[in-house]
Design a protein. Structure first.
Length: 323
C-alpha cells in the first residue's frame, strides 16, 4: 500500500504492508489531515519513526465478528492495554503502555489502510461529510478544554495562536457565549477568527495594545505551537486564572516561572478529547470546519502536501487517499 513514512526523512512509499493486527479492524482510509504534530515529528518530536498521521475518516473493510463492517468510521487514537486501572475505567488516554496512532508505537493514518481495535472506532453519521469527519480528532482535542476548565458566558478567554488547532478552539469556545480574544501573527488567519466571533489582536501590536486586556482573561489557551507562547500566556492571564497548554513542539521552553507562584496561576496540560462531543458539534452544524481547509492533495502528492502544510499561511491540508 502507499504510505507517508518518516524515518530519517519523510518519504512516500508504495510497497508498505497493510497493518493487520490480531483482533483489530482493518480500515481503508478515505481522507486524512496533516496536523502540526505530524510536522513536529519530522523535526524530532516524540522520537517516532513509522507511518505518520492520526486525523482520518475511513471505512471498515475487515472486522472481528463483522462489527462496523462497511461503515464509515473515525478512531480515537490512543490504544491502551485494556487491562490496567485507567483502561478498565474506560480511558486509555493515559495508559502507561498505550500506543498512539501515528505518534507512538503504531503506524498511522497517512496510508491507504490502518488498524485499530473496534473499541476505538465510532461510526460517522450520514449528515457529516468525509471532509468534515477528518476534523473529529482535533475538534475533540479542542472540546476537551471545556472538560478541564469552567467556561461560560461571563468568562473572558484569550487564545494564543491563529493556526489549525487555535481556530477549532475558537469555534468550540464560541458555543459557550464567552468573550474571546485571539492573539496571532497572520492577518488572514485572524480574519477567520473574527468571523467566528473572536476579537483579533496581532502579536506585533500587543505591546501597545494592552488596553485590549484592561480586564485580564480568566483563561488563556496557549495553542501557538511556539516556545514563546507560555511566557506570553503568563503575562496575559489574571491572578488566580488558568492557562491551558495545547502546543506540542520539539524543543525546550525557556521560562521564568516566578509569575506562576506570585499570581497563583493554574497551568493545565490538555491533549486528546472524546470523539462523541465532536461528532455532535459537526452533526448539529454548531461548528463548520470545511472553510478551514486550505488545500487538498492526492496521496501521490503527499510530500508536496507536507511542504504546503508547513507554510505559515496554511490552515488544514487534507489528503484524498482513496480517490
Amino acid at each position: 500500500m502507499k504510505a507517508l513514512r518518516f524515518d530519517d526523512k519523510l518519504q512516500l512509499v508504495r510497497d508498505a504492508p497493510p497493518p493487520r493486527r490480531a483482533g483489530e479492524a482493518l480500515i481503508q482510509v478515505l481522507k486524512a489531515g496533516i496536523c502540526n504534530t505530524d510536522l513536529e515529528i519530522t523535526k524530532g518530536y516524540a522520537g517516532f519513526a513509522g507511518i505518520l498521521g492520526h486525523e482520518f475518516v475511513g471505512r471498515v473493510v475487515e472486522s472481528p465478528g463483522g462489527a462496523l463492517l462497511g461503515r464509515r468510521v473515525v478512531g480515537e487514537i490512543n490504544v491502551g492495554c485494556n487491562d490496567c486501572s485507567v483502561c478498565r475505567a474506560g480511558d486509555s488516554r493515559h495508559c502507561a503502555t498505550r500506543t498512539v496512532l501515528g505518534i507512538k508505537g503504531r503506524d498511522g493514518a497517512l496510508a491507504e489502510f490502518l488498524s485499530l481495535p473496534i473499541r476505538n472506532l465510532l461510526a460517522v453519521p450520514d449528515s457529516i461529510s468525509d471532509e468534515a469527519a477528518v476534523f473529529v480528532e482535533p475538534l475533540a482535542a479542542a472540546h476537551h478544554i471545556l472538560d478541564q476548565v469552567a467556561v461560560g458566558p461571563s468568562s473572558r478567554v484569550a487564545v494564543i495562536g491563529d493556526g489549525k488547532l487555535a481556530q477549532l478552539i475558537i469555534a468550540v469556545l464560541a458555543t459557550t457565549g464567552c468573550e474571546i480574544t485571539v492573539v496571532g501573527k497572520h492577518e488572514e488567519k485572524l480574519d477567520v477568527a473574527r468571523s467566528q466571533g473572536a476579537r483579533p489582536l496581532l502579536l506585533k501590536d500587543i505591546a501597545v495594545e494592552w488596553s485590549a486586556f484592561a480586564h485580564q482573561p480568566d483563561v488563556v489557551i496557549e495553542a501557538s505551537g511556539s516556545a514563546s507562547g507560555l511566557g506570553l500566556a503568563l503575562k496575559l492571564v489574571r491572578p488566580q486564572g488558568a492557562i491551558v497548554l495545547k502546543s506540542t513542539h520539539h524543543g525546550e521552553t525557556p521560562l521564568e516561572m516566578f509569575p506562576t507562584v506570585v499570581n497563583e496561576v493554574t497551568i493545565i496540560g490538555s491533549r486528546c478529547g472524546r470523539f462523541a462531543p465532536a461528532l455532535e458539534l459537526l452533526g448539529s452544524g454548531a461548528v463548520d470546519v470545511v472553510p478551514l481547509i486550505s488545500a487538498r492533495f492526492p496521496m501521490d502528492a503527499g510530500l508536496e502536501a507536507f511542504q504546503i502544510a508547513a507554510s505559515a499561511a496554511t490552515l488544514k491540508v487534507v489528503l484524498d487517499i482513496a480517490d
